[in-house]
Design a protein around this ligand. Structure first.
Ligand SMILES: *Cc1c(COP(=O)(O)O)cnc(C)c1O
Length: 476
C-alpha cells in the first residue's frame, strides 16, 4: 500500500491538498451580521441516494421509452437514440451564432439538405427552416399570405377553416390579424366542394386544411377544393401535422397546396410535449418564395450561405439558425431511413392504426369513416348511460399502464377518443392496448366506480384539473 497511501483519496477533508496561500476567515470579508450562524439545511445525499432519487422520479413519469403513447394528432413515435447522439456532436452543439459562414459550412449544408429533402417530400419550391413549432409555421404562413395579397393590392382577410381543425389554426389566424370562418364537414367527416363554394367570397385569403384531417380521414376532394380556391385567386394552406400518413406516397403539391408547414417533432421524430422543443419548417410554391422569412439558406459556387436579400421577405421570425438541434435530429432520422424507409413509416403507421380501429370499433362507437389513415376517433358516448365519460376511460387507461389518448378533440365528435399508435409500435404492444380498452369497456358496464375513481395505481390520483391549472404546484 505504499504507493497508494501517497495519494490521499476519498472525500477526506484535505483531499485537494494543502492550501498554498494564507487562510482567511469569512468574517474578514463580510460583516458578521450577514453570516449564517448555522449551515443551511442542504441535504447531502450520497451518489447512490441521488441516482436512486432521480431514477425513481423518472419511473413515476410516463414517457415514450416506457410505453405506448397513443396521443392522437401528436404522432408520439419512438425517438431513435442515434438522433440524440448526432445532436450532441460537439461541432454542432458548440457553434457560436456569430461564427463566420466559412467556418460552419457543414452545419449550413445540413440545414440546406434538410430543406431540400422537405421540398422533395412536399413537391413545393422553397422553404424556411426558421419557425419553431407547427403553430409558429402557421403564423409565418399567414403573415406571408398577408404580404402576398398586399403586394397584389387585394384586401383578403378571411381564413376558411373546417370544423375538424386543430385549435392552433384559428388562433394563428387571429394572431395574424385575419378573420376566421368555419366550414362544416359532411357526414363522412370531410369537406364537400359545395360547402367551400358556398363559403367563398372576394375577401377569402385561403383555406387552411389538415390532410388527412384530424379524424384520420383523407380529404378526397382536395384537388377540387384547390381548384375552387385558385380560380378565385385564393390560396390553399395545408397543416402538415398529419404528414406521417403520406410520406413518399403523395406530394402535397400534386393536389394543389400553396403553403405547408411540417412538424419535424412529430413526423420526423424528436421528443416533444410539455412545451418543446419543436420545429415547424414552412414550404411554399414559387410565387410565394420571395416572401419567406430571412435568412434562407442557399448553395452557390460550392458554398452554403445565409441569404438575407429576399426582396419581399416578411422579416425575421426566429433568432440565428432557428431550432437547429431539432433540425439535426430530423436530418438524422431522414438520412437513416432513406426513401424506402420513409414510405414504410407511412405504410406501417396506417396499417397499425387500421388494425387498432378494426379491433376496437365493436367496443367503442366510430362516428366517422369505416377505416382510417394514421389515426382515428372513437366516441365514448355509449357509456354515458352508466355515468361514464371519456375522461373516466382515459383515466382508467393510466391504471393499465398506458398514456391516455387525446380526448374531447376534434370537437365534432362527442366524447372523443383520438387514437394514433404510430408505426413504431409492435403488434404485441397494440394487442396489449386493445386488451386494456376491452377490459375498460367491460368495467364501464359492470363496475363503473372503478373508472370514476381512476387512476388508483399512479403516483397521484385524479386531479382537480381546474385547480391544477390555476394553482400549479410543482413541488413534491
Ligand atoms: C400539433 C398540431 C398543430 C400544432 O403544432 P405545434 O407544433 O404543437 O405548434 C397544428 N395542427 C395539428 C393538426 C396538430 O396536430
Amino acid at each position: 500500500m505504499e504507493l497508494l497511501s501517497k495519494y490521499k483519496g476519498g472525500l477526506k477533508k484535505d483531499y485537494l491538498g494543502k492550501l498554498d496561500i494564507g487562510e482567511k476567515s469569512l468574517e474578514s470579508f463580510f460583516d458578521p451580521k450577514y453570516l449564517r450562524k448555522e449551515s443551511p439545511p442542504i441535504p447531502s445525499p450520497s451518489e447512490v441516494e441521488l441516482v436512486r432519487h432521480f431514477v425513481k422520479l423518472s419511473e413515476m413519469n410516463y414517457h415514450i421509452d416506457k410505453g405506448m403513447y397513443p396521443l392522437g394528432s401528436c404522432t408520439m413515435k419512438y425517438n431513435p437514440k442515434i438522433n440524440e447522439d448526432m445532436a450532441r456532436l460537439p461541432g454542432l452543439v458548440n457553434i457560436h451564432p456569430e461564427t463566420p459562414e466559412s467556418a460552419i459550412q457543414g452545419s449550413l449544408q445540413l440545414m440546406y439538405e434538410l430543406g431540400e429533402f422537405l421540398k422533395e417530400i412536399s413537391g413545393l419550391d422553397a422553404i424556411s427552416l426558421q419557425p419553431k413549432a407547427g403553430a409558429h409555421g402557421e403564423l409565418t404562413g399567414l403573415l406571408i399570405t398577408n404580404a402576398y395579397f398586399n403586394s397584389l393590392g387585394e384586401d383578403r382577410k378571411i381564413v376558411l377553416i373546417p370544423d375538424t381543425a386543430h385549435g392552433t389554426n384559428p388562433a394563428s389566424s387571429r394572431r395574424a390579424g385575419l378573420n376566421v370562418k368555419e366550414v362544416k364537414s359532411n357526414k363522412d367527416g370531410i369537406l364537400e366542394p359545395d360547402s367551400l363554394k358556398e363559403a367563398m367570397s372576394d375577401n377569402v385569403a385561403l383555406l387552411m386544411i389538415t390532410n388527412p384531417n384530424t379524424l384520420g380521414i383523407f380529404e378526397s376532394h382536395i384537388r377540387e377544393l384547390a381548384n375552387i380556391l385558385h380560380s378565385d385567386g385564393a390560396l390553399l394552406y395545408m397543416d402538415g401535422a398529419n404528414l406521417n400518413a403520406l410520406l413518399g406516397k403523395v406530394r402535397v403539391s400534386d393536389f394543389g397546396v400553396d403553403i405547408l408547414h411540417f412538424n419535424l417533432h412529430k413526423t420526423f421524430s424528436t421528443p416533444h410535449g410539455g412545451g418543446g422543443p419543436g420545429s415547424g419548417p414552412l414550404a411554399v410554391t414559387e410565387k410565394l418564395s420571395s416572401f419567406l422569412p430571412i435568412p434562407t439558406i442557399e448553395f452557390e459556387k460550392k458554398k452554403y450561405y445565409f441569404n438575407w436579400g429576399l426582396e419581399n421577405s416578411i422579416g425575421k421570425i426566429a433568432s440565428f439558425y432557428g431550432p437547429f438541434l431539432v433540425i439535426v435530429k430530423a436530418y438524422t432520422y431522414i438520412r437513416m431511413l432513406g426513401v424506402e424507409g420513409l414510405e414504410e413509416v407511412s405504410e406501417q403507421a396506417v396499417i397499425n392504426s387500421n388494425y387498432l380501429l378494426t379491433r376496437l370499433k365493436d367496443m367503442y362507437s366510430l362516428p366517422y369513416g369505416k377505416n382510417c389513415m394514421h389515426e382515428f376517433v372513437l366516441s365514448g358516448s355509449d357509456f354515458k348511460e352508466f355515468g361514464i365519460r371519456t375522461l373516466d376511460i382515459a383515466k382508467r387507461l393510466l391504471d393499465y399502464g398506458y398514456h391516455a389518448p387525446t380526448i374531447y378533440f376534434p370537437l365534432i365528435v362527442p366524447e372523443a377518443l383520438m387514437i394514433e399508435p404510430t408505426e413504431t409500435e409492435s403488434k404485441e404492444s397494440l394487442d396489449g392496448f386493445v386488451e386494456a380498452m376491452k377490459n375498460i369497456a367491460k368495467e364501464a358496464r359492470e363496475d363503473p366506480d372503478k373508472l370514476k375513481n381512476a387512476p388508483s395505481n399512479t403516483p397521484v390520483g385524479r386531479l382537480d384539473e381546474v385547480k391544477v391549472n390555476r394553482e400549479l404546484n410543482v413541488r413534491w
